[in-house]
Design a protein around this ligand. Structure first.
Ligand SMILES: NC(=O)c1ccc[n+]([C@@H]2O[C@H](COP(=O)([O-])OP(=O)(O)OC[C@H]3O[C@@H](n4cnc5c(N)ncnc54)[C@H](OP(=O)(O)O)[C@@H]3O)[C@@H](O)[C@H]2O)c1
Length: 260
């Protein structure tokens, strides 16, 4: 299947590690010109060298705790370089913990980092997508959109908001050749998962291996996802071949989610 991603421009957020990094590599391997975003410039430079034809790619240093600064930096980049056909909204997940104990600022911070940043990026990128008659916005969220996950109270709450923002945007932008879809990772072998396993181990008294194995048993596939498996789904949704898929939540979770 030819995905026709050659020479498209993609902004891939949270792309120095995990799912975002794997997505940057997958898109670049399809011939897409990728702009990475994350906070750590050394890591951004290192990822750039791992992409095929590093000279075709670039990066922006930005922190998603500051949406106004993020928007300005991306707008400046567009004014001085080029717009983007593809936006992959992705960043670090909120810390775990029971929702009853959550502090107000945890909700505020997660709302800012996830929903507000997705929103300012969409507002900044969509004019070019409309001009091109081609746009793909893919939001990396979580299966908690369909089934809340124990011990991830703030995350569960914010993911629902992002999914509803995304569906509303899909309804508004479909007429311009722009699709907005969500990829919902199950347990995926990244730094985020290592942290979650560490917390589960501390909470239950199980070893980290025991905690990891218990999580794997809840998945019909009996294993964790590789970041590349998420990246493949995101890359397909970003491609021309996914032109009539709009406004969906796609779990990539080895079958773990119990609902349809
Ligand atoms: N892994 C899983 O099992 C799993 C399951 C369900 C959902 N998810 C969700 O999927 C998303 C990606 O997960 P992942 O496992 O790939 O995460 P990860 O390995 O922790 O990577 C997170 C990426 O986001 C960047 N980032 C973090 N905070 C940022 C900030 N404030 N501003 C800008 N960039 C920031 C990090 O780079 P810098 O530190 O350099 O900024 C890094 O590139 C998260 O929302 C996560 O909750 C993951």
């Amino acid at each position: 299947m030819n995905l026709n991603l050659n020479n498209k421009y993609a902004l891939v957020c949270g792309s120095t590690a995990g799912i975002g990094k794997a997505t940057a590599i997958a898109l670049a391997s399809e011939g897409t010109n990728v702009t990475l975003i994350a906070r750590n410039e050394d890591k951004l430079k290192a990822v750039l060298t791992e992409l095929p034809h590093p000279e075709n790619h670039s990066y922006i240093v930005a922190d998603f705790s500051n949406p106004e600064d993020l928007q300005q930096k991306v707008a400046d980049f567009i004014a001085n370089n080029h717009g983007f056909h593809i936006l992959v909204n992705n960043t670090g997940g909120p810390a775990g913990g029971p929702i009853f104990n959550a502090k107000l600022e945890e909700f505020q911070n997660a709302f800012t980092q996830h929903l507000k940043c997705n929103h300012v990026l969409a507002q900044t990128l969509v004019p070019f997508m409309k001009d091109e008659g081609y746009g793909r916005i893919v939001n990396v969220i979580s299966t908690s959109v369909k089934q809340p996950l124990d011990g991830l109270g703030v995350s569960n709450t914010i993911r629902g908001a992002v999914a509803n923002w995304s569906k509303t945007l899909a309804n508004e932008l479909g007429q311009f050749g722009i699709t907005v879809n969500n990829v919902l990772p199950g347990a995926t072998g990244t730094e985020r998962l290592t942290e979650i396993i560490k917390n589960k181990s501390a909470k239950t008294g199980k070893t980290k291996d025991e905690a990891a194995n218990a999580m794997k048993q809840a998945v019909p596939a009996k294993r964790f996802a590789k970041p590349e498996e998420l990246a493949d789904a995101i890359t397909f949704l970003a491609s021309e071949r996914a032109s009539y898929i709009n406004g969906i939540n796609l779990p990539v979770d080895g079958g773990r989610t119990k609902s349809l």
